[in-house]
Design a binder for this molecule. Structure first.
Ligand code: FNR
Length: 407
């Protein structure tokens, strides 16, 4: 967005929020897989919404719902068990009130910042999301191009279903690899070495377990065989071959990953890679302190979008305590529940260096591939810029806790 468009954004608003849709794109919602619903869940009349351009993340969600088979849509949208944590992520962000100081005169804020010493255009990163190739054929390749265009970091899941070399070749730009740890450390080591050689700039270790989604069990949701077999082989499990039955592959997959890690894993990772290490899934202050003691470079405050143990608190609620516990000795990131630029502002004001988005970008990808992810990133960038200028913040450093009302 140039200066003129940005000014337009502010003035068109004068009372009403006049966000221009990114790239003026119009996405057809004509594919099978579901009926459009609005935010309240009311189905739209046929054709009522299908030609309207997406101007919110919720719009992208609605379009994605029409494009995806229902089990795939539900795999993305839902959380574990009764979804208390999923709802808390959204509710707790909405509960926080912003008190913008008036007349500070910022026209076009600078959203650039640094993460792990690398300059990026905005503090909104793409979270590692598994299965992206099932949401759109280009999957992580499309996400890599969109992240690069937006000047931000792509988090790549161990389960992206594209080889890391292909993702690296899809676009330049910083990428972090999220590792699920194979039990066989030699397989894990070879994978980490490939990631490093491919030019990834950090490893995020996701350490906690407990995904238990009713919809996936009800839908018997599973990765198609023709995606899972090459994926497992690509990870380095050489024993996987085309002749194995579905049951054998499932049984192998269940036992192949280390689900009982301890803190020792970081010493091992340090011994096999020079890349910065992040730990994702931190909610307890003492875990954050332990991570700092072990020299971990960054923590991601996360309940993985309510997809792990239900009943955990929202990430935003725990963020201030964790920022205090870390006390500047590592970088602190936060995800879970980010849907608006004001959510980004709130997380930064509470001490996050940047946020990661999961579902928001998955919706964009499902809606329109690379273009959809670009649209989502641009939309959140515009909203964050608007929130910053409304609060008189010229730079990310100006976004401080005193912008928020004490509760
Ligand atoms: C995820 N997430 C995730 N996290 C991770 O560490 N490895 C993974 O493979 C996945 N896979 C995954 C798939 C899907 C469909 C979603 C929606 C999410 C969690 C993700 O990284 C992030 O923590 C959450 O998505 C953040 O919450 P929001 O933004 O979705 O509310």
């Amino acid at each position: 967005m140039n200066r003129r468009e940005f000014t337009q954004l502010l003035t068109v608003g004068a009372g009403s929020l006049g966000l221009t849709p990114p790239d003026e794109q119009v996405l057809a919602a004509d594919a099978p897989g579901g009926q459009p619903v609005d935010a309240a869940g009311t189905p739209a009349a046929d054709g009522e919404t299908s030609s309207l351009p997406p101007v919110t993340i919720e719009d992208y969600r609605r379009i994605a719902q029409t494009k995806l088979p229902r089990p795939t849509y539900e795999y993305i949208a839902h959380g574990s068990a009764d979804e208390y944590t999923l709802r808390a992520n959204i509710d707790d962000l909405q509960q926080i009130k912003v008190l913008p100081p008036l007349l500070r005169g910022v026209a076009e804020p600078d959203l650039s910042t640094t993460v792990l010493g690398r300059k990026i255009a905005m503090p909104i990163l793409l979270a590692p999301v598994g299965g992206v190739r099932m949401f759109h054929a280009d999957g992580a390749l499309a996400a890599a191009r969109a992240a690069h265009a937006a000047g931000t970091v792509l988090g790549v899941s161990s389960s992206a279903f594209h080889p890391v070399e292909e993702i690296a070749a899809a676009a330049p730009g910083p990428k972090w690899f999220q590792l699920y740890l194979p039990k066989d450390r030699s397989v894990a080591q070879r994978l980490v070495e490939r990631v490093e050689r491919a030019g990834f700039e950090a490893i995020i270790l996701t350490v906690d377990q407990g995904e238990w989604k009713d919809c996936d069990r009800r839908n018997n949701f599973c990765v198609p065989r023709d995606m899972l077999i090459p994926h497992l082989r690509d990870i380095g499990f050489e024993q996987i071959n085309d002749h194995l039955t579905d049951a054998e592959i499932t049984a192998f997959n269940v036992q192949a990953w280390n689900l009982t890690m301890t803190w020792e894993v970081f010493a091992w990772l340090r011994s096999v890679t020079k890349l910065p290490l992040l730990i994702k899934g931190v909610l307890r202050p003492e875990d954050a302190r332990k991570a700092v003691e072990l020299g971990i470079d960054g923590i991601v405050v996360s309940n993985h979008g309510g997809r792990r143990l239900d009943g955990m608190p929202s990430s935003i609620r725990m963020l201030p305590e964790l920022v205090d516990a870390v006390n500047g000795r590592a970088e602190v990131y936060m995800d879970s529940g980010i849907r608006r630029g004001t959510d980004v502002l709130k997380a930064l004001a509470l001490g996050a260096r940047a946020v990661l988005i999961g579902r928001a970008y998955a919706w964009g990808l499902a809606a329109d591939g690379e273009n959809g992810v670009r649209g989502v990133l641009e939309l959140l960038r515009q909203e964050t810029a608007l929130a910053m200028s409304s609060c008189g913040c010229a730079t990310i450093g100006d976004v401080q806790r005193d912008l928020l009302m004490e509760t």
